[in-house]
Design a protein around this ligand. Structure first.
Ligand SMILES: Nc1ncnc2c1ncn2[C@@H]1O[C@H](COP(=O)(O)OP(=O)(O)OP(=O)(O)O)[C@@H](O)[C@H]1O
Ligand SMILES: [Mg+2]
Length: 606
């Protein structure tokens, strides 16, 4: 079920130099720019709350040194810091302000990050959906899915809580230390003597943990790919009774992620306990020094209380920094991957093309087209394909499986460009058209019909978003789908299940035909459009298709030669070459040809 090796981008990200990651993270700020006002307001509140929280230890010292006054609680002037009633009132005021500004801070940062993230999600998806087909061949759905869900979630955590929290802690630490020097320079120097050691260790550990957590994220993305693939292809898993195999595959992927995560846990644990040890060591050391200083008369009890409360706050801030930095670095890793995704070159198409449909007549010319898929450069799929389909003509492609028929169809749709040769539409090179406008005039009924999870009505309307119900029903009638749809209790509002699994293959195919009809294209591509139908329904649908093909250039791919008999020209494709071309009668007359032998085989089988 694993169709491509995928997973590449995640691994590459680990080896990227750090400068590039930071540069990419800086690009995130373009998402913040529209909300700069709220961001600045949030920063202001952040500053105020940090200052207010530092006022607490200072006032605590004052509270201990203060004395009771006879005047009563309410009459004490709030500015008299020696009066215990005043200090108590001031403290309550400080807490009240802190609560108000704390709310505003969280609100403003939330406002900025939620808006920025919504925009980022939109941009990433809009970019993703416009990538060329090659991109999807090289990446697995699960991996891309986890970019938009998991990576954005990491980013969110980093941006909403950790960034603000980190700034708050840095403010607490810097302002706190300057307050400390105001209380006692000697004691502050004592404390600072231990700080650089802790800081150095934090930087070293932080780097290492960042690397580990990035690896863990990639491993987890790999396990998600397995879940995605197997649940999407659950029929295959069950039909081959490969539940055990898949459980084993998933199990060992999980175990790999687990041991790596455990390694990260050990390092993080070591880190945290080291910091905690340092913090308590510093406290004991400070008290020890403080008691000596008090004995010398350099400090009083209130000062020591302030100093200790401040030190504990600063210590707690320092201890919380590594966790916050780790979260931030995770967010940087996630940002890097998201930005990588946004850097990939998209197809040159507009998301919301305006204006009238492209006025093409549907003249298609293949000039010595050669092609191989970029994922398999040494496997030539088309070697030399030339043909001309005039406006309104019906050109059939027949030939053995793997001959390259569907590939021709995807080249017409410009999913890929030819490696050699040219494709002309209405005499102009296909590349010269706006991609969305050109595809807007083409319809395909693909070999494997996948419907979207909504209702039948929505699925048909996909050919022309916003089409009125009458048009949808009309299209369904033309595709001979109306009867079976109205036979469902919910009619057009029947939910088809994820990817249309609640419908039969033939029903899905007729819905796909209705969708193509609704689009009213100039160029119609039918890739085995009736292959899933029984002979009776095929006849009815074939009639519908015959009507549908009138006045449009059609490329019809079919295994059953009976369905291509009426084509204006039949191309017999084998191993990427056009072996024969002509009408049915011409080709059948060539008794030595591939068409002749194919049709003899089919007659014998029927
Ligand atoms: N996305 C792809 N990437 C790489 N190779 C591909 C891809 N799609 C098809 N091929 C290869 O290109 C060749 C032609 O495939 P194509 O689907 O065009 O055959 P086909 O004539 O439509 O066959 P069928 O009748 O079975 O549908 C095959 O050898 C196939 O393995
Ligand atoms: Mg095919």
């Amino acid at each position: 079920m694993a169709t491509s090796s995928g997973g590449g981008a995640g691994d590459q990200a680990i080896h990227r130099p750090d400068k590039a990651s930071w540069r990419k993270t800086l690009r995130l700020f373009r998402y913040l720019r529209p909300h700069l006002g709220a961001f600045v307001a949030g920063m202001g509140c952040l500053l105020v709350t940090s200052l207010l929280s530092l006022a607490f230890p200072i006032l605590l010292g004052k509270l201990i040194n203060a004395h009771a006054s006879g005047g009563g609680f309410w009459s004490a002037p709030i500015t008299d810091l020696t009066n215990i009633d005043s200090v108590a009132k001031l403290l309550i005021l400080v807490f009240a302000f802190q609560a108000a500004f704390g709310f505003a801070r969280i609100y403003f940062f939330g406002l900025v990050s939620e808006n920025a993230l919504a925009r980022l999600r939109q941009d990433t998806y809009a970019h993703l959906i416009r990538m060329p087909m090659l991109f999807y061949a090289q990446h697995r759905v699960g991996e891309l899915n986890s970019r938009i869900s998991a990576d954005v979630a990491l980013l969110q955590e980093g941006m909403t809580t950790s960034l603000a929290e980190l700034l708050r802690q840095v403010l607490t630490i810097t302002i706190g230390i300057s307050l400390l020097t105001m209380v006692s320079v000697q004691l502050t120097l004592t404390m600072l003597a231990t700080l650089p050691v802790v800081a150095l260790v934090a930087v070293f550990f932080g780097r290492w943990i960042r690397k580990l957590s990035k690896q863990v994220q990639d491993r987890i993305a790999e396990t998600n790919v397995i879940v995605d693939e197997t649940l999407q292809g659950i029929q295959n898993v069950k039909a081959f009774s490969n539940e055990g195999y898949e459980a084993g595959r998933y199990g060992s992927a999980v175990l790999k992620a687990r041991s790596l995560a455990l390694k990260g846990v050990r390092w993080r644990g070591a880190f945290v306990s080291f910091i905690i040890f340092c913090m308590f060591g510093v406290i004991v050391f400070i008290i020890w020094r403080a008691v000596h200083l008090m004995a010398d008369g350099a400090l009083n009890m209130g000062d020591i209380t302030s100093f200790l409360a401040l030190s504990i706050m600063i210590g707690a801030s320092i201890a919380s920094v590594p966790e916050l930095v780790t979260t931030m670095l995770k967010a940087v890793g996630a940002t890097e991957r998201l930005m990588d995704l946004q850097e990939g070159e998209t197809e040159p198409l507009t998301l919301h093309p305006a204006g009238a449909p492209l006025p093409i007549r549907g003249d298609i010319v293949f000039e010595q087209v050669a092609f191989h898929y970029a994922t398999r450069p040494d496997h030539a799929v088309l070697r030399d394909v030339s043909f001309h389909a005039r406006p309104g003509e019906r050109v059939a492609l027949v030939g053995p499986s793997g001959a390259g028929k569907s590939t021709v169809a995807s080249l017409v749709l410009r999913f890929h460009d030819p490696v050699k040769g040219r494709i002309l539409i209405d005499g102009k090179e296909a590349r010269a058209y706006d991609l969305a406008a050109l595809r807007g005039r083409m319809s395909i009924v693909p070999q494997e019909v996948l419907l979207f999870g909504g209702t039948i009505r929505e699925n048909i309307a996909y050919g022309k978003p916003g089409a009125p119900m009458e048009e949808i029903a009309e299209a369904a009638r033309k595709a001979n789908a109306h009867d079976f749809i109205t036979a469902f209790p919910d009619g057009y509002d029947t939910v088809v299940g994820e990817r249309g699994v609640q419908l039969s293959g033939g029903q899905r195919q007729r819905i796909a035909i209705a969708r193509a009809v609704l689009k009213d294209p100039a160029i119609l591509i039918l890739d085995e459009a009736t292959s899933a139908l029984d002979t009776a329904s095929e006849r009815v649908v074939q009639e519908a298709l015959d009507k549908l093909m009138e006045g449009r250039t059609s490329i019809v791919i079919a295994h059953r030669l009976s369905t291509v008999r009426r084509a204006d020209r039949i191309l017999v494709l084998d191993q990427g070459r056009v072996l024969e071309s002509g009408t049915h009668d011409e080709l059948i007359a060539n008794t030595g040809g591939l068409y002749h032998s194919l049709s003899r085989l089919q007659l014998a089988g029927a």
